[in-house]
Design a protein around this ligand. Structure first.
Ligand code: AMP
Ligand code: GLY
Length: 426
């Protein structure tokens, strides 16, 4: 089989790594890929958002299957475009991807079908939003409706901040179309967890839970990022809680969409907060989480390619997911300044020394090749994933690996998976 993987991050690196383990694969292309991916796949210089360019490439190269990593092309309708051209592609179509592409659509679906979520209301003009927050008790959350590259959510502890964000959405049009509708949502307190599932629109096969670490600094300080590290599984999720998340959140969402005439095929990502009253949905995503994929997929024993094909064919009922009985902890190495402005082009040293250690995988995110060197080319640069029999040992391995790696301005959190260790030793 000839496969194309769309995207350029560590999530796509792990996807390429897992897909390459299937014996029917003859060639893998990645668009645009990164330095790490280029060791397993042929990278082509087409942006993940250029869905027409990707469709032309897939046709020209007789690609049998395209796997889409990031959300933007899914929300833009890459799946619909590929199917009109007769090319097989993995991911939800444009209608289904609204679950991530429009927070107001997702909120309405959850409210209509009784899926527990933060209380919230959508507004489409400046005045009525300002009026609404006059009577709203802080803290609350202001969210741009559409995709905003992870920057559209602000937790507001005072109303001045909220007014500023609302102004940015409606007056400054900072988020363009994505900010023309705004959600005002209640603030939820509790641990944040992720449960992702394969679904073909009928069968839902949930994966191991994971926990991301969004803020840039230790102890959850500083601005939110795409994710500074993750671990899987999550001791805070007991067997019963896991069952509840699958039965009350994941399956009802896929069923609700089907009732609405939308068949969701691909990865359904549920971001939840474990509140005192029980879990509640914070957000849905229409693809694998990043960095969650980097800890969940390496633990998947079942062949990923088979699952992807079965999803596109609507045959998931014939499958069960099997897992390695291990723990994975991933620490993200970022560029100084991220998630704000940062410099690129710094040489990365020690990649082989880290990668050759036992029980380690180094997945590349913002990296590029320059001559024979590997250099930084993004905010999140690398994910160092350690594996072990428990969280303590997996975490130790990841941080030992990091000791080998060096680049100018390298920044990482030193407390990844600490919560798991506190919980499991209680
Ligand atoms: P989202 O893009 O919806 O995942 O939001 C980004 C981050 O903002 C989440 O990962 C949470 O940490 C935080 N957040 C979003 N909504 C809420 C909420 N209702 N209550 C508390 N924190 C939230
Ligand atoms: N880790 C959060 C996300 O993938 O959206």
């Amino acid at each position: 089989m000839r496969v194309l993987v769309v995207g350029a991050g560590a999530r796509e690196h792990v996807l390429v790594d897992k897909i390459s383990q299937n014996t029917s694969i003859s060639v893998i292309y990645a668009a645009p890929g990164n330095a790490g991916i280029s060791e397993l796949a042929q990278c082509v210089d087409i942006a993940a958002e250029d869905i027409e360019g990707l469709a032309d490439f897939a046709t020209k190269k007789a690609i049998d299957l395209t796997v889409v990593g990031p959300e933007a092309p899914l929300v833009d309708g890459i799946v619909d475009l590929f199917y009109t051209r007769g090319i097989r592609v993995f991911g939800p179509d444009k209608q289904a991807a609204r679950l991530e592409g429009s927070k107001s659509f997702a909120k309405k679906l959850m409210l209509d079908y009784g899926i527990p979520t933060a209380k919230g209301m959508a507004f489409s003009d400046h005045e009525s939003t300002i009026e609404h927050i006059r009577d709203t008790v802080v803290p609350f959350v202001v969210k741009a409706d559409g995709l905003a590259a992870g920057k559209g959510v602000t937790v507001c502890f005072d109303k001045e901040t909220a007014k500023g964000v609302i102004q940015e959405c409606f007056v400054d049009e900072k988020f363009g179309e994505a900010g023309k509708t705004v959600i005002i949502e209640e603030y939820l307190e509790g641990q944040e967890v992720t449960v992702m599932a394969f679904t073909d629109g009928e069968t839902v096969l949930p994966m191991l839970p994971a926990q991301d670490h969004k803020p840039v600094f230790d102890q959850d300080k500083g601005p939110n990022t795409g994710g500074m590290g993750a671990y899987s599984p999550v001791p805070a999720i007991s067997g019963d809680l896991y069952k509840e998340i699958v039965e009350r959140f994941l399956k009802p969402t896929v069923d609700a969409l089907r009732t609405e005439g939308v068949i969701y095929r691909g990865i359904l990502y549920a971001g939840l907060i474990l509140t005192k009253e029980g879990p509640k949905i914070l957000e849905f995503n229409c693809r694998f989480g990043d960095p969650e994929a980097q800890v969940v997929l390496p633990l998947l024993k079942t062949d990923l390619m088979e699952l992807i094909l079965a999803t596109t064919e609507g045959n998931l009922k014939d499958y069960k997911l099997k897992w390695w009985n291990k723990v994975a902890v991933s620490v993200v190495l970022a560029s100084k300044g991220y998630p704000g402005a940062y410099k690129k082009g710094h040489e990365i040293k020690g990649l082989d020394a880290a990668g050759n250690l036992p029980d380690i995988k180094v997945y590349h995110a913002g990296t590029a090749k320059k001559d024979s060197r590997t250099v930084t080319s993004g905010g999140r640069v690398l994910n160092v994933v350690g594996f072990g029999d428990d969280h303590l040992s997996a975490r130790f391995v990841a941080y030992e690996g990091i000791k080998q790696i060096e680049f100018e301005g390298m920044h990482y959190r030193t407390d990844i998976a600490e919560k798991a260790i506190t919980v499991s030793s209680d």
